[in-house]
Design a protein around this ligand. Structure first.
Ligand code: GMT
Length: 373
């Protein structure tokens, strides 16, 4: 099958899922065409089965806002025609589903009926999409997609609550390719980050308010009083400075490493003992799944789709949003008992197996097949 994938090329979860999906599909023999404004960060190399088409939006003095949707829909039309694409798969409703619909309409005029799948990722529904400025266009373009998927049951329920959706929403969870074994028998250069007697606690996100970075810092402040430890924060975003100031005020700035955006997530996961994800909202929590696949237990909130990913008392613990003391106590409980920590690491790994890439990618393939027959 020839599949065009539209996504954000950035470090965000939706871009990562779209890129990993494209790579996996190419390994299964499909021809993949990524269409976006920059080569996706997780797309390290192109092959005869993986192509990348850049959407260019020329500057013009009249434009206060560059018309990206227009450029994207035009690029979709030319790419779909030129490469005889069978299926269009857009990740993140805004503005991709809207641009996809426009491309579909233009192609219909030329007798080409391209089926479109829209995958909802979370913030496109719960944070941005439900805003009255966008809602009519988001509702319209979701309803005009041949197939709609959401990355968790919770996101499906939120979508049905917030929008007037006439389409069936298929839940296709996010997935993981297990790479932990690549690092077995390595000490992952742990000594570069912490002393041998220190535990390594990790947080990865885009450091936006929805991730509650202050809670990450406050939870760690409580943990390090009981367990010798370091906190590694990966990612960048508007709350980084605030987190750094808070850490300074709490007197723990020297125990926190802010590493910024990184392509070395796997090396850091390999050396980590615990993952913190105290988000306000999380449709799935891909970062938590990535952690679990590297045998890193997760202390998270119980919001959104997180309970579908992190199993309470098995792969880690879940708490209500803002329950800093409870999250810290659960972390201390796991970290201060080596036997318990080892057990949780194994359980996290086992729990992640339900999201094995080989189980989930065929779910997308089946839906593509239904769209073209
Ligand atoms: O919030 C983020 O981490 C970025 C955001 C995105 O749009 O890329 O992530 C959303 O999609 C991910 C992949 O499906 C999910 O794992 C995240 O839970 C979801 N974020 C939120 O719902 C806040």
């Amino acid at each position: 099958m020839k599949i065009a994938i539209v996504c954000y090329p950035t470090f965000g979860g939706s871009g990562v899922v779209a890129t990993e999906l494209g790579i996996a599909l190419s390994k299964r023999g499909h021809e993949i065409h990524f269409i976006t404004y920059k080569q996706p960060v997780r797309l390290e190399y192109l092959t005869h089965k993986i192509h990348y088409h850049e959407v260019i939006v020329p500057e013009y003095p009249l434009f206060h806002y560059q018309p990206y949707e227009l450029a994207l829909s035009s690029k979709l039309v030319t790419t779909i025609k030129q490469h005889k694409i069978d299926v269009l798969h857009v990740h993140y409703a805004i503005p991709h589903a809207y641009a996809g619909f426009m491309a579909k309409q233009m192609l219909l005029e030329e007798g080409i009926d391209i089926p479109m799948m829209t995958t909802l990722h979370g913030t496109d529904i719960t944070l941005v999409g439900s805003h009255s400025f966008y809602k009519p266009a988001v509702t319209f373009s979701i309803n005009k997609s041949e197939v709609v998927t959401s990355v968790s049951q919770n996101l499906k329920e939120d979508t049905l609550k917030m929008f007037s959706i006439e389409k069936e929403i298929n839940v296709v969870p996010n997935f993981i390719e297990f790479k932990q074994q690549l690092f077995e028998n390595h000490e992952c250069q742990r000594h570069l980050m912490a002393r041998p007697d220190e535990k390594i606690i990790l947080h990865i996100s885009n450091l936006r308010p929805v991730k509650r970075i202050a809670d990450v810092v406050k939870i760690f402040e409580r943990i390090q009083q009981k367990v010798k430890s370091k906190l590694i924060i990966i990612g960048d975003g508007p709350d980084r400075e605030y987190a750094s100031i808070l850490a300074h005020e709490l007197g723990i700035r020297d125990k926190i490493l802010f590493l910024g955006k990184s392509n070395e997530i796997e090396r850091i996961l390999c050396m980590s003992d615990l993952f913190l994800l105290p988000s306000e909202k999380e449709s799935f929590g891909l970062a938590a799944l990535e952690a679990m696949s590297f045998k890193v237990p997760v202390i998270s909130t119980n919001t959104g789709g997180l309970p579908e990913v992190n199993a309470h008392g098995v792969s880690g613990f879940l708490s209500n949003v803002g329950e800093i003391d409870e999250m810290a106590n659960n972390a201390i409980d796991i970290l201060s008992d080596e036997k318990k920590l080892a057990q949780f690491k194994e359980q996290a790994f086992e729990n992640a197996k339900q999201f094995d890439i080989d189980l989930i990618v065929p779910m997308y393939e089946k839906l593509y097949q239904q769209m073209i027959t």
